[in-house]
Design a protein around this ligand. Structure first.
Ligand code: NAP
Length: 481
């Protein structure tokens, strides 16, 4: 409890059902009476997802005793009111297997009880369930906790602060969550700046699958913090498929009171995003690429789509070469790879007049990409013989954890600049090779910072704190390795 208090918790939940054995009355008293912060005492039975090992009368007796020392007692809604402990009551309903289809009616019933606080926690079956939890808070008639559990519900645990939730739950560390999808208290207060979230906070997020390891929440929340912008950015796990993307977007847009202003979009939804936003609402190059990574939600739900990857890549290269985008005209560039990033890079380089050769392991993909943008193509294993002055690696070869591999065996003579779009590690094998051979090197870090900075500016209309954003990634990468 002291550790939780030191980490910033103003209330600690004491889960008596998670102790190794049922505590005696004296143990409960000494645990609760000495608490440095407010306490909620809970002894969740198995029927509502807990692990209390004793019978119901032992459980209720224990809670009645605990009520004398705790700030609140959490009691399940299936316990008859006559058996409730005397004290300040949180009446709760948990569903660890479903998403509580009758949510509204359940909440009304809990509100009609004599409890001071209402709590519902159900299992998210998709990201729309996080929004259903927010609906409960918006309409609440009593102090309320409403949470969608699981990875698809994470946003509800953070964003609930905007809607005046009575509280949220965070774990002491990543090893000890008491429910699925809990973030740690360090993440809640540090990464998501829980204490700064209020009714005026604007919402942002990243749509991806998987999403857990995305660095975008770290980079954007740090940028909000550094600029004093009142926003919070959350992960949104949306499983593959256009229907899933469309469903979440429809649900978000149908709730203008969320103040949801922007989204990052990444694998596997970039093509779904441009289809949803509509090519008429995207810039020319994004339409040529056929994929966007940024959605801006404007007044009256007018949407704008952008692909900030291509501009970020081109600007990283131009910055390293000390030229403007127009200076790319006539430059010979070999692009390694024919996937999503290669497509954005090839489209942008062709647009600015570079002479591009696409090299890829799978020849058919190289040919298709080259044909589409009027370029040449060659097998990847011929890239060491290219006559290009610039090489851009858009393959995943060399990315963590395969840090000892490189997409080309040796650097051809005449190459002045090598740009590796990989940012983990910051110095790939290819870049080490290239700098040994005297080429100027550009890390994918610059591209990553640039694409996020352009998103930030499109959403907020304020200059992005690029050095803060860069530092966050460098710090995260060094910590994760
Ligand atoms: P993608 O669509 O899956 O494409 C992967 C590419 O890598 C394909 O060309 C694939 O060739 C090639 N490849 C994979 N394994 C290979 C191997 N063992 N040998 C040779 N080629 C191989 O991925 P993406 O979205 O384009 O991302 C590519 C890389 O870009 C990522 O690894 C990431 O590091 C980097 N990236 C950087 C940023 C940034 O902001 N800096 C952002 C996103 C991504 P085949 O066609 O033959 O399969």
């Amino acid at each position: 409890m002291c550790l939780a208090a030191r980490k910033g918790a103003d209330t600690v939940e004491c889960r008596l059902d998670l102790l190794d054995q049922i505590p005696c009355a004296d143990e409960v008293q000494s645990l609760l009476a000495s608490a440095p912060v407010d306490t909620i005492v809970t002894a969740r039975p198995e029927r509502q997802g807990g692990r209390f090992g004793g019978d119901e009368s032992t459980r209720l007796e224990l809670l009645r005793h605990a009520a004398r020392f705790a700030t609140f007692v959490d009691i399940e809604d299936d316990v008859p009111v006559a058996q409730w402990p005397k004290g300040r009551i949180i009446v709760s309903r948990h569903d660890f297997s479903g998403n509580m289809p009758q949510l509204q009616q359940i909440v009304r019933n809990l509100e009609d009880s004599s409890a001071e606080v209402v709590k519902v926690a159900f299992t998210a079956q998709g990201p729309r369930d996080a929004l259903r939890a927010l609906d409960v808070l918006r309409d609440a008639r009593k102090p309320t906790i409403a949470l969608a559990m699981g990875e698809e519900g994470v946003a509800s645990r953070i964003v609930c602060a905007k809607f005046g939730a009575f509280g949220t739950f965070a774990s002491l560390d990543s090893e000890s969550p008491t429910a699925p999808g809990q973030v740690t208290i360090d993440q809640m207060t540090g990464l998501y700046r829980w204490n700064d979230i209020n009714a005026d906070t604007r919402l942002f997020g990243v749509i991806a699958c998987p999403v857990a390891h995305s660095m975008s929440p770290a980079i954007h929340n740090a940028a909000f913090g550094a600029t004093g912008y009142n926003g919070v950015y959350v992960p949104l796990l949306v499983k593959a498929g256009a229907a899933n993307f469309t469903d979440l977007m429809d649900e978000l847009l149908s709730r203008p009171w969320l103040d949801w202003l922007g989204l990052s979009v990444t694998i596997p939804h970039k093509e779904n995003a441009i289809a949803y936003v509509g090519i008429g609402n995207c810039d020319e190059l994004s339409v040529k690429i056929g994929a966007i990574n940024t959605v801006v939600i404007q007044a009256s739900n007018a949407l704008r789509g952008m692909n900030t990857d291509y501009g970020a890549a081109v600007d990283s290269l131009c910055h390293a070469m000390g030229i403007e985008r127009a200076g790319l005209g006539g430059m010979k560039v070999s692009v390694l790879g024919a996937g999503g990033v290669a497509r954005a890079v090839v489209a942008a380089l062709s647009y600015y007049g570079a002479i591009v050769t696409v090299h890829n392991r799978t020849h058919e993909r190289a040919r298709a990409l080259a044909d589409e943008f009027g370029c040449d193509w060659k097998p990847l294993d011929q890239a060491h013989a290219t006559a290009a002055e610039v090489i851009i690696n858009c393959t995943s070869t060399g990315m963590h954890p395969n840090v000892d591999s490189s997409p080309i065996a040796s650097l051809p003579g005449g190459v002045r600049v090598v740009f590796d779009t990989i940012y983990n590690p910051l110095k790939t094998r290819l870049l080490v090779q290239s700098s040994h051979q005297g080429a100027r090197t550009v890390s994918g870090l610059e591209m990553f910072v640039n694409q996020a900075a352009e998103q930030f500016e499109a959403w907020t209309q304020i200059p992005a704190p690029r050095s803060v954003m860069r530092d966050v990634i460098v710090e995260r990468l060094s910590r994760d390795q």
